[in-house]
Design a protein around this ligand. Structure first.
Ligand SMILES: [Zn+2]
Length: 271
């Protein structure tokens, strides 16, 4: 998509943080908010013909720059980069938004910005930011969709009550037969439903629950950067992918294998 088709609506600079990063030595730690994601600039652009209120633009900007630190990744990955949020006219078939990691672009339908709640927009932006940061962490090496989607979903929020309900229901309907990673890859590729993302999120929760918390500590991504996804997981977890999947299925049965009577989600979490 050519830049001329877009108008730049706002450039927000996290200048204080950038300055802090450019300073050498010990003042760096003192100047940075270590619990907060640091991005140099957020540029919000709209497709030609789209008008967004200043409030809507400010809201998107706020929901990007107010993000807490992204877990499982080196700090400061986005601290010297400009991220572009592109508000587009068209709908994205079956998905909420799309990230283009090597271009540092996140595309979101403009209509979504108007209609989504803050919590949904924050979560979607965070998922896409995870893609951008993972791309930067891995030097933009290709990784399978199940890995990047599961990791992005894991880092965007803890498993929602709504997702838990879907997983419990699926376990009851299919008698505890959980899908394997190749089956989930097909679901993800074809944007079949949310359930594929839910399952993949639980895979990373399961991995992080193993000794050493290798996902949240960043050691899993480090190993994947060095060895690729399959060999990287094997080296980090000292088990091959097939045996990790087997353990994960047991974890799923234990955690979601029933649908207790009276299980409900508060209405406020469903958006
Ligand atoms: Zn994604």
């Amino acid at each position: 998509m050519r830049a001329s088709k877009y108008q730049v609506v706002l450039i927000a600079t996290n200048a204080a943080c950038l300055c802090a990063l450019l300073l050498a030595g010990t003042c760096l730690d003192a100047s940075l908010d270590l619990d907060h994601l640091v991005i140099d600039k957020v540029r919000i652009v709209t497709s030609e013909g789209i008008t967004q209120s200043a409030n809507a633009i400010q809201r998107v900007n706020r929901l990007v720059v107010d993000q807490p630190l992204l877990p499982g990744l080196p700090r400061g990955l986005l601290a010297t980069r400009t991220i572009t949020i592109s508000l587009i006219r068209e709908r994205l078939d079956g998905i909420d938004a799309r990230a283009f990691p090597s271009d540092l672009v996140i595309a979101i339908p403009a209509t979504a910005v108007e209609s989504w709640t803050d919590s949904k927009l924050r979560r979607v932006l965070r998922h896409e930011l995870m893609h951008l940061a993972l791309g930067a962490a891995l030097g933009y090496a290709h990784v399978p969709a199940w890995f990047s989607e599961g990791f992005a979903e894991w880092g965007s929020e803890s498993l929602s009550c709504e997702a838990e309900a879907r997983l419990r229901l699926d376990a009851v309907i299919y008698g505890g037969q959980s899908p394997n990673i190749p089956q989930l890859s097909v679901k993800i590729r074809n944007h079949i439903d949310r359930l594929g993302y839910d399952y993949l999120q639980t895979f990373f929760e399961f991995l992080d629950g193993r000794p050493g918390h290798l996902v949240s500590s960043g050691r899993m991504v480090e190993s994947v950067r060095e060895h690729g996804v399959v060999a990287g997981l094997e080296k980090a977890f000292r088990a091959n992918l097939r045996s990790l999947e087997g353990e994960w299925h047991g974890y799923l049965r234990r955690r979601f294998g029933s649908f207790p009577s009276g299980f409900t989600c508060p209405p406020s979490v469903i958006d």
